[in-house]
Design a protein around this ligand. Sequence first.
Ligand SMILES: NCc1[nH]cc(CCC(=O)O)c1CC(=O)O
Length: 323
Amino acid sequence: MSDPSYAPTRLVIATRESRLALWQAQHVRERLRALYPDCRVKLLGMTTRGDRILDRTLSKVGGKGLFVKELETALLDGRADLAVHSLKDVPMQLGAEFELACVLQREDPRDAFVSNRYPGLSALPPGAVVGTSSLRREAQIRERHPHLRVRALRGNLDTRLAKLDRGDYDAIVLAASGLMRLGMAERIRACLDSDEVLPAAGQGALGIEIRAGRPELAAWLAPLADADTTACTSAERAVSRTLGGSCQVPLGAYAQREGDTLRLRALVASPDGQRVLRESAAAPLGEAHALGVRVAQALLAAGAEGLLRDLERLVDSDSVQAP
Ligand SMILES: NCc1[nH]cc(CCC(=O)O)c1CC(=O)O
């Protein structure tokens, strides 16, 4: 970017208005300002359907991209140049008019255990009530801790913590990265390692979405990308995409770089934790996407299809919750 005529002069970031979303958008704004000191970077705050619908469980609301659609509209009509998302919330298959311009360096991908009384999942007594907003967490908690009661928990971070504090739950489980970004890391009693609860594809990473066909904009954003995170999340998202998964599926996928190798673990489960399929594989760093497809196919061969089919039925009826 040494030639100033190739630097942007004005960029607008579309963002949701939750505290976490605003933090993430501001983070990207700071990164852009550091790269392009002469560029004015503005935030355009918006409310999405996912933010408005709070009375129903997300898996019932259904519809992919609940948290991104309004932002995409702003990209299309030119009100915004880029949208900052938690990568986890970005649909696996974007519309043809959009592209994922870059994925930023991942923060802690783990889920966090938060409680005012107990130090960790294993310390909870039988019948204790755990709040979580995802079928993935629910399945894995119930698999290992069948004596616990898992209850739906929705709302933004502050709302979820408030529900814990007023005694609705004995503990809650949510993404560690969100708490860390908002300066609430001290609320984390324990981080659940990936053997205990495998994270969601893309958890802890930010993704920047733009309108397709804007190569100059894509080039401006490219320096924000983190190569390792891009490879890892590409493998993780390929699992989910291959399984036709949305955020409403109890699906975990987590990749780590080990030298020149990418190691990927994934699981599909029934929400009650009775059936959990796990697969893992490794591949060279440059074959991230193929690795994801391969692990997904192994899951399918092990019976993931039946699991996902049963799940559709479950979600159509009156049960459980999600992201
Ligand atoms: N589904 C909501 C959502 N989307 C991204 C995050 C956390 C931040 C991240 O994963 O980067 C959260 C909250 C949570 O899962 O507790």
